[in-house]
Design a protein. Sequence first.
Length: 505
Amino acid sequence: MGDDTGRAPEGASADFSGMPEILRIRREKLEELRAEGRDPFTETRFDRTAYSADITEGFDSLENTGVKVAGRIMAKRGMGKAIFADMKDDRGVIQIYVRRDDVGEAAFDDFKKWDIGDIVGAEGLVFKTRMGEISVRCRSLTLLSKSLRPLPEKYHGLTDVETKYRRRYLDLIMDPNTRRVFETRSAFIRHIRAYLDSRGFMEVETPVLGTTSGGAAARPFVTRHNTLDIDMYMRIALELHLKRLIVGGIERVYEIGRVFRNEGMDTKHNPEFTMLELYQSYADCNDMMALFEELLSSAAREILGTYAVSWQGETIDLTPGWPRLTMAEAVKLHTGVDFMAFESVSDAVRAAESIGVKMPDGKTPSWGDLLYECFDRRVEDKLIRPVFITEHPVEISPFAKRKPGDPRLTERFEAFICRSEMANAFSELNDPVDQRERFLRQAALRSAGDREAEMTDEDFIMALEYGMPPTGGMGIGIDRSVMLLTGSPSIRDVLLFPTMKPAEG
């Protein structure tokens, strides 16, 4: 048998006898063309002069005008002396009208043999049919690429969700809604850049590989650098390099980049995803709160034309003015347990157990750990409308400044919408002594078996020792924001190529 394209080895004829008939027929058509010296894969370019949208939107000025169009054949109708076909290009679908008397008998007979999925160039006049359909009346046709596999049936498309993710190219061909999702993603990223650039932020790029892994509580992917003969880690966050740049005097900085976390997979998590992280000197987490609220709400207004979005079965109003609750207030509101009233860890343990919350086995509880566990297990799933949860315990906030007057808490917030964390921000810790102590606590957790605990980054501590100004910093999940703006139920719907286990066979 020849290779996957159906080409036979030189000097031999192709043998497709072992293929399913639907594949064999198409490869035989290709072999016939090649035998006649008309291999479609030798075409190098086509001088297109108009897209489908240009023709449908500008028909009044283009009627009876000659155009050259190109795209994929999605449907064909009629087999007499005239054939109508739907041609899909980058901007929509246009109908082409192929009549034997217009293109000639040989070209018409060729076109009858072309298949759904073939990529075609056509030259002709713009006109409107008797049924009122804007079309191109063809004078010549060129087969630009042969489709060797049939497309899914038009009216059902790709019904298997896993196939949609594995073969995104087919999903894009068959489902215009999929394309709209990724157009929205692209528009959102453009909006972020325009928003931040106009406010004096500088976009940068930082390393994906490092000798330590830090900036978040997550298990990293490990790889080996052969020349240096050392293990290296794919980044789990952008934070520590960006804050080095704050030390270096770049007062407003951001990066949109891919990060990698060796963690579980579900509708909100993929092992690689896209983060926006930004840092602003002489600002705090309250400034970050205002920035995120304006950034996301203005994106909805600009891209969707409304503050109202539908996600996870809920209608969400992104109009600015979102409420703020401390983590302790949120726990008290939803469970009745008031952590601010406890004077001992044992009181906090009993209160947590009263609502069915226990610390993971082997972990010594602290007041802050218990507060967070109660929030995580009993409150987070109740947060539907946009809300800022503030004042996180210091135990889970290794890079945030402590709250003045209560060293158990930090100046930090997380933004939640529809049970999902959308942003995480700090008044950044700039005390190198305190930072070292928190790294040591994380190192002890790591030694005890917590693979998500932070690694100590000595160079980062050294950078802080040179002096970092008061700084507000924030991380935003691009993928979840796009899920919100597009109403997508799974992170896989907003990633062009989500991580998938290899298919059997």
